[in-house]
Design a protein around this ligand. Structure first.
Ligand code: NAI
Ligand code: PYR
Ligand code: MG
Length: 375
């Protein structure tokens, strides 16, 4: 198969769909790979690195979109990219279609076979192609929080780890899934006093075995959120109710009662955010202040550490990408977990939640994925 890797064009997005190591894996299996010139240069993957891995460097995205059988990307295609996609071509990338009717309409018009990283599943009910970016964002949340607790960055001037003779800062993490667990590890590593809330007792028990008493594990109720947020220097929002908008767990009232200069990091902003006062921000301008509390709500946190994130993402996307390259649509027929990633095919919506949100509005029909790939 001919694989095409265009340079990402979303604002301040420096990740790239394939690392040189991943390119080599495709080439070793007999596939041809085209990479857009300077697609990875910003994160230290040079054109020479890609050529050494067996890729052909191509100057224009138009050539890549026109000739590739499969396009491998990171972020959702921008409108001018959607217009270059076509029927019979596979698009393999993050899509986040449900809140994005314009992209959904353009992908339907293109007729492309669009596979969304974020809806591919595994046998344990996890989202294996979302998980690595949740790991990155969870770890970054404490780094970002610590930075913004510094006085010059708007915070109270608190060092999370404290020093001998001074108590450490208090971190509250709401949600103990992938993001919350990684956040807790970083906060513990810095020496902070950490409390984590989840409403799954099963998960709290698992976390008890991981943290062995080093993290205070509390069942998530409105009362617990009120109590612990008032004492916290840093609160991380890390909840997810799959497919749904995040619940607003920390209200404006709670935030008014927090200590001045404390910091909120709302990682769940992707799903609308779990703090009442959250609105999406960017790496360029990541914070704003409400009631003396610093809010950090960057919607693509992994893009801030694009080199680490590219490698982590490739570790997860590679096996499924190779299966698609080797077998085409037959890979979807053979693997129900990969098939859950199919969101659009030949103008049909093939992911139920996306159709529920957008089908009527766009006048697009739903086709069950297994039926869709047979048409
Ligand atoms: N801003 C960014 O750049 C990124 C954001 N994310 C987002 O981070 C969020 C979390 O993702 P993951 O950790 O991978 O999800 P996950 O599914 O692994 O964990 C979510 C946890 O939230 C818990 N939860 C649900 N309702 C709760 C409540 N009322 N109180 C306390 N806990 C509750 C669940 O029991 C679960 O343990 C998602 O919205 C995801 O899209 C992920 C990656 C990057
Ligand atoms: C998960 C996602 O959308 C991102 O990493 O940008
Ligand atoms: Mg995102």
């Amino acid at each position: 198969m001919l694989i095409g890797v265009p340079k990402e064009i979303k604002n301040h997005e420096y990740r790239i769909g394939l690392s040189p190591a991943a390119v080599q894996e495709y080439v070793n299996r007999g596939h041809d790979v085209m990479v857009q010139r300077d697609g990875g240069t910003a994160i230290g993957f040079t054109n020479e690195d890609y050529e050494a891995a067996g890729a052909r460097i191509v100057d224009s995205p138009e050539e890549i979109f026109a000739s590739a059988d499969m396009i491998v990307k990171v972020k959702e295609p921008q409108p001018n990219e959607c217009k270059m996609l076509r029927e019979g071509q596979i698009l393999y990338t993050y899509l986040h279609l449900a809140p994005d009717p314009e992209q959904t309409r353009l992908l339907a018009e293109a007729g492309v076979t669009a596979i969304a990283y974020e809806t591919v599943t595994d046998n344990r009910g996890g989202l294996p192609l979302l998980a690595p970016m949740s790991e990155v964002a969870g770890r970054m949340s404490i780094q970002a929080g610590a930075h913004h607790l510094e006085k010059v960055n708007g915070g109270s001037g608190t060092l999370l780890g404290g020093v001998p003779g001074v108590a450490p800062g208090k971190v509250l993490i709401i949600g103990g899934g992938v993001v919350g667990t990684q956040a807790a590890k970083m906060a513990v590593g810095m020496g902070a006093e950490v409390t984590l809330l989840d409403r799954s007792l099963v998960r709290l028990r698992e976390l008890d075995d991981i943290f062995m008493g080093r993290v205070k594990l509390v069942y998530s109720t409105a009362q617990a959120i009120e109590q612990y947020s008032q004492q916290a220097d840093l609160v991380v929002g890390a909840v997810l109710i799959p497919g749904a908008a995040a619940p607003k767990l920390l209200t404006r009232e709670h935030i008014k009662n927090m200590k001045p200069g404390s910091v909120l990091v709302d990682v769940a902003i992707d799903q609308g955010g779990c703090f009442e006062t959250s609105k999406a921000t960017t790496h360029q301008d990541p914070t704003y202040i409400v009631d003396d509390v610093v809010h950090y709500c960057v919607a693509n946190m992994p893009g801030g550490v694009a080199r680490t994130s590219t490698i982590a993402l490739n570790n997860a996307t590679l096996p499924y990408g190779l299966a698609l390259a080797d077998k085409g649509l037959e890979a979807l027929a053979q693997d129900a977990n990969l098939r859950n990633g199919l969101n659009m095919h030949r103008g049909y919506i093939t992911y139920k939640a996306v159709h529920d949100d957008l089908g009527a509005q766009l006048g697009l029909d739903y086709l069950e994925p297994l039926a869709a790939i047979k048409i």
